[in-house]
Structures are given as C-alpha cells and as structure tokens.
Write a protein that binds this ligand. Structure first.
Ligand code: NAD
Ligand code: GLY
Length: 364
C-alpha cells in the first residue's frame, strides 16, 4: 500500500492506494469514523461492493443510501433525497458519510457532507479510475444545474481517501479510458516525465496490470495533492487542473450529459487546448501531436461529437466558472509539463480551433 498526504493544515488528510484496501478499511479509517456512518453509493456499485464495505466496517452503526446511476442524476433533487434520508434516520452532526463510487457519487456526497447540519465528516472510497486519480482528492464538491455543470457546490475536504485499485477490475473499458484522460492531464500540465512514462505504459494499464495502475494512481494523486496544497480554493495555480475542462464541460452541457463521458469530453477538450496553444504561438506542433497521439493510444476521442455545434459550444463556454470580468480564462500549454492560465486569446483563434474540431473538418 502507498500512503500520500494532502497538506492543508488542519484540513490535511491521507490518501491510501493499493489492491484489496476495502477489506482493511476499519483499521485504515479507525481514527476518522464516528459511530453513525452513512454509506452513499449507486445502483451499479452497491451490488458489487457495498456488502464488502459493510462487512469490513462491522463495528459501526451503518446506514446506506443508494442513488440512481448517471451524471444526469447529479442534481439538486438527488442531493435533497440524501438529506431527507439523513434526517429520517436521525443522523446527527457527529456522523460520517462514506462516498462509495465514481465521481458522481463522490461529488454529490461531498456536497451533502459540506452542508448537512452545516458540515459533517466524509470519506471518499473512489471506485473509478477517474475518481481515484482526480475527483476524490481536493475537496471540490458539486451538483449540476440545467444551465451549467457543477454550478452549485462547495470546497470541502474529505477526511481520508481510500483508493482500492482492485475494484477497477469490474470497471468497463470505456470508463477506464475516460479516467486515463485525467491521468494524461497531469503529464500535460505538470509532469513531462510522467507523460513519457504513460506513452510506454498506457497499454499495460489498459490490460489491467496492477503495478502500472498503482504507479499511475499514485503519481496522479501526488501531482494533484501538490497543486491543491498550494491553492485549495482555486485562486491561482489550481486552475491548471482544469486543462481541457472549459471545452469539456461545454460539450457535456450541450449534450445534456447523454453521450460523451466526462473523461471523454475532457480528452477532446485537451486536444483542443493543445491545438489552441499552437495557434497562439505557445506550444510546438510536435508536442501537440504527441498529446493527440497519447489520447488516441488511450482509446479517447480527439474530435467534437456530431451533435455539438460551434454556436452551442461557444455559448456554454461563456458560462464557465473561469470567466472573469467578461473574459474567458483558458488553460493552455507552453510545453508538455507546463500549463499556463491566460485570457490572452483572440476570439478568432478560439473559433479557428472550434471549427477545426468539427467532425467534417477535423484532421486531428
Ligand atoms: P461516474 O461516477 O458516473 O462513474 C462511471 C460509471 O462507472 C457509472 O456508471 C458507475 O456506476 C460505474 N462504476 C463506478 N465504479 C465502478 C466499478 N468499480 N465497477 C463497475 N462500474 C463502476 O463517473 P466518473 O468518471 O467516475 O466521474 C465523473 C464525475 O466526476 C463528473 O460528474 C465530473 O464532473 C466529476 N469530477 C469531479 C472532480 C472533482 O475535483 N470533484 C474532478 C473530475 C471529475
Ligand atoms: N478537477 C479539477 C480540480 O480538482 O481542481
């Protein structure tokens, strides 16, 4: 097992990474859990792992609540259902919530934890690659609004993250690849050596080699923990973690969360951000090609889907949380391993990238 530390003074917490950790969670989480524990999961993950988690935590007064599966349920309605259940079961302020699931369960459970009775403790037990390398770490919690993704939320750190890479054995290949998008992101923004390692090892990860997966999860979490420790609430450097996300969130919102997975939308967004970085004279064409190559090796899309128009994409991008003083701030690359946040992009350059990624035009 590997143990990392997210260094945030009194809000610091451990990240445990390894195979078979679910069985050991009573020992690993002993100092974090209160006697009343509510496990939140969904209709796909609960049949696979809820009993295992409950058995491992047999010494606690356990409750569970199962939500519907899917990004389209990451809503205020689902949030309210969970709060109602907590109240019906009389969970008090010293309870602990456990999010057993991917990023959707993790984000919504975290937002419940941030707000239930003005805040209760919670633990992330991420079950997708994406959640293990990204969403479970860093304390961004949210639900979606019809007008925009993650528009209702809070920064609220978990008390621990327990990433059992064994649970990835049941994750569908397409979901695994979607998680690879966020892994590749760390290489692009912060870690050129990791990017090179991924070029050589992404196939081993897709074949389920536990050592390769453990290395990638640890390296990703280490990168994320370092950035979060510098800028917990995204006043500055943390924005680089959103490489590809302004395009990606706009794609997801335009499709009403029906077609592209989050990681797939981010992959397209990163391909577009690399293209735009070349257009504004920051990134070498050869680096853009390597990024597109690695995304393709990971089985990820690098062009816009047919059901998204340039106009809808543009209008959803204008709703992005990184719009400041009416100007869109974008995460671009100066090199593989070096991201910058800039508003210095002409509308014509942005539109040139969007048009180049329309399915009929894309050469990517
Ligand atoms: P997800 O939570 O929808 O999970 C993907 C699918 O895999 C679901 O159908 C789920 O039921 C299933 N699944 C999960 N674990 C499984 C397992 N072990 N075996 C079989 N099936 C399993 O999607 P995701 O990709 O994990 O997360 C995407 C969400 O995360 C988005 O809402 C995104 O906005 C959010 N996100 C948040 C942050 C953050 O910092 N908070 C960062 C990145 C993404
Ligand atoms: N996924 C972006 C962040 O955590 O800041």
């Amino acid at each position: 097992m590997k143990a990392l530390h997210v260094d945030l003074a009194e809000r610091s917490y451990p990240i445990y990474i390894g195979k078979g950790l679910l069985a050991d969670c009573q020992r690993l989480l002993a100092d974090k859990l209160n006697t009343q524990v509510m496990i939140i999961s969904n209709t796909t993950i609960a049949p696979l792992y809820l009993d295992q988690l409950k058995q491992a935590l047999s010494g606690y007064h356990l409750h569970s609540f199962i939500i519907a599966d899917g990004e389209k349920y990451k809503t205020v309605d689902t949030y309210t259902d969970i709060i109602t259940e907590l109240l019906h079961r009389r969970l008090h302020r010293q309870c602990t919530l456990i999010a057993l699931g991917g990023g959707v369960v993790g984000d919504i459970s975290g937002f419940v934890a941030a707000t239930y009775q003005r805040g209760v403790g919670y633990i992330q037990v991420p079950t997708t690659l994406l959640a293990q390398v990204d969403s479970s770490v860093g304390g961004k919690t949210a639900v979606n609004h019809a007008l925009g993704k993650n528009m209702i939320g809070a920064f609220y750190q978990p008390q621990a993250v327990l990433a059992d890479i064994g649970v990835l054995d049941t994750l569908p290949g397409r979901e695994f690849n979607a998680g690879l998008a966020e892994v590749i992101k760390y290489g692009c923004i912060n870690d050129a050596d990791f990017f090179a390692w991924l070029m050589d090892n992404v196939a081993a990860m897709q074949q389920g080699e536990p050592e390769a997966i453990a290395v990638a999860v640890e390296r990703s979490c280490r990168n994320k923990a370092e950035v979060v420790a510098q800028d917990e609430t995204e006043r500055g450097v943390r924005a680089i973690l959103n490489l590809g996300h302004t395009f990606g969130h706009a794609i997801e919102t335009a499709q009403a969360y029906q077609d592209c997975l989050h990681g797939e939308a981010v992959a397209i967004g990163m391909a577009m951000a690399a293209d735009l970085s070349v257009r504004v004279g920051r990134l070498a064409e050869a680096d853009k090609e390597r990024i597109h190559q690695l995304l393709r090796l990971a089985g990820l899309p690098v062009q816009l889907p047919c059901n998204v128009t340039a106009a809808t994409l543009g209008s959803h991008m204008a709703m992005d949380k990184k719009v400041k003083d009416g100007r869109l701030n974008l995460v671009l690359l100066d090199a593989i391993g070096h991201a910058v946040v800039t508003a210095d992009v002409a509308e014509s350059q942005l539109m040139a990238t969007i048009n180049a990624f329309m399915p009929s035009r894309a050469s990517a």
